[in-house]
Design a protein around this ligand. Structure first.
Ligand SMILES: Nc1ncnc2c1ncn2[C@@H]1O[C@H](COP(=O)(O)OP(=O)(O)O)[C@@H](O)[C@H]1O
Ligand SMILES: [Mg+2]
Length: 351
């Protein structure tokens, strides 16, 4: 898989954040994102067709051009997603997105998978329990110190429903933000009753509350964890039924994974027997290096049933999106990064 971008919807870096938000048209469904993307890709491919004088757009591409090859490949992948309706799960699926390493793509994976599923019409809640509040930022949710947040839910028993806010760009997507107060929560939790189960209880109460109010049942909840295995992460493990582990395709990827798996085993034994590592997503894949391919194949050998077929490439558009308070799904739906996250989301929903 190449790491280059075939995006055409570019936002100049010099424009203000406000105008960037206005320019990046929010997509309301897989369909609308894909249709726009397809017309863009097809327009580019058609030029090749004209030169080749062949009616078959994809087959006519000159294979000696890597960019054309990649474009054709992405067009085929997009076509596979068009019209694909994602099933609603029988009950709310709760994922904790975890890896005690920092910078491996937990937050990026959380917000983009959540955005992709919501864009396909599913009801999705993101719970940000990382004091850095990166998921809240990427989803355009206010999270300054005065905002009621997941801190108040965990420590002050505020109902979860009182802190969730809608993501401004994506219908069906809501988020419980994290504020800086959460930085002290690890210590504050220690002395509280049922300290490991506080998030789980808050989610249970909120789900019942939604049903009582006639609000749609949540299809997916994603909990974005901090890069540690402290009480915040333990709360996420106790609340979830599935673990999603993003793995960066770099040399040290597998180091530390055994520690994470040991911790999950402990949680299974003592606190949450339901918990399973259901999903592993390979991220920041750089197709130009042998190393990325080696790491990917090693992870697939160890976890054949968990690793998703979709692989997220290293992509400038993915890393730019948060600075515009966006996911890549709205910032640049035509990018290869957005496509990969849509594929990953579809696989998760269909599992
Ligand atoms: N596929 C990707 N391509 C390029 N940059 C990425 C990609 N995924 C994540 N990043 C960037 O890498 C950094 C770490 O990602 P992040 O999701 O915040 O990791 P974590 O939550 O595990 O600490 C961020 O700056 C993010 O924008
Ligand atoms: Mg993070």
């Amino acid at each position: 898989m190449g790491s280059g971008e075939t995006s055409t919807q570019r936002i100049p870096p010099f424009i203000s954040l406000g105008s960037a938000r206005a320019m990046a048209a929010p997509s309301t469904s897989f369909e609308s994102a894909l249709m726009r993307t397809n017309s863009v890709a097809n327009a580019a491919v058609s030029r090749e067709t004209l030169i080749g004088g062949n009616d078959n757009v994809i087959d006519s591409i000159d294979d000696s051009s890597p960019i054309a090859r990649q474009l054709a490949h992405e067009t085929r992948r997009r076509e596979r997603l068009v019209g694909r309706e994602l099933p609603k799960p029988e009950k709310t699926r709760i994922f904790t997105v975890s890896n005690q390493k920092g910078g491996v793509g937990k937050t990026t994976t959380t917000v983009n998978i959540a955005a992709a599923l919501a864009s396909a019409g599913l009801n999705v809640l993101v719970i940000d329990i990382d004091p850095q509040g990166n998921a809240s930022t990427a989803l355009g949710i206010e999270h300054h110190a005065d905002v009621d947040s997941i801190y108040d839910v965990l420590i002050n028993d505020l109902p979860l429903g009182d802190v969730v806010a809608p993501c401004p760009d994506i219908p069906n997507l809501i988020c419980a933000p994290a504020t800086i107060h959460l930085a002290g929560a690890e210590i504050e939790l220690v002395s509280l009753v049922a300290r490991e189960q506080r998030l789980r209880r808050a989610i249970d109460v909120y789900s019942k509350e939604r049903a009582k109010n006639g609000e749609g049942r949540l299809d997916f909840i994603f909990i974005d964890c901090p890069p540690s295995l402290g009480l915040l992460t333990v709360n996420a493990f106790c609340a979830a039924s599935e673990v999603l582990i993003p793995i960066q395709c770099e040399y040290y990827a597998l180091e530390g994974l055994s520690q994470l798996l040991k911790n999950i085993e402990m949680i299974q034994k003592h606190l949450n027997a339901e918990l399973v590592v259901s999903t592993i997503l390979l991220t920041m894949y750089d197709g130009r290096t042998n190393l990325a391919a080696q790491v990917a194949s090693e992870v697939r050998q160890h976890f054949p049933n968990q690793v998703l077929g979709a692989v997220v490439p290293r992509s400038v558009r993915i890393s730019e999106a948060p600075s515009y308070q966006q996911t890549v799904m709205t910032y640049d739906p035509s990018s290869s990064g957005a496509l990969s996250y849509m594929e990953a989301a579809a696989e998760i929903a269909e599992r």
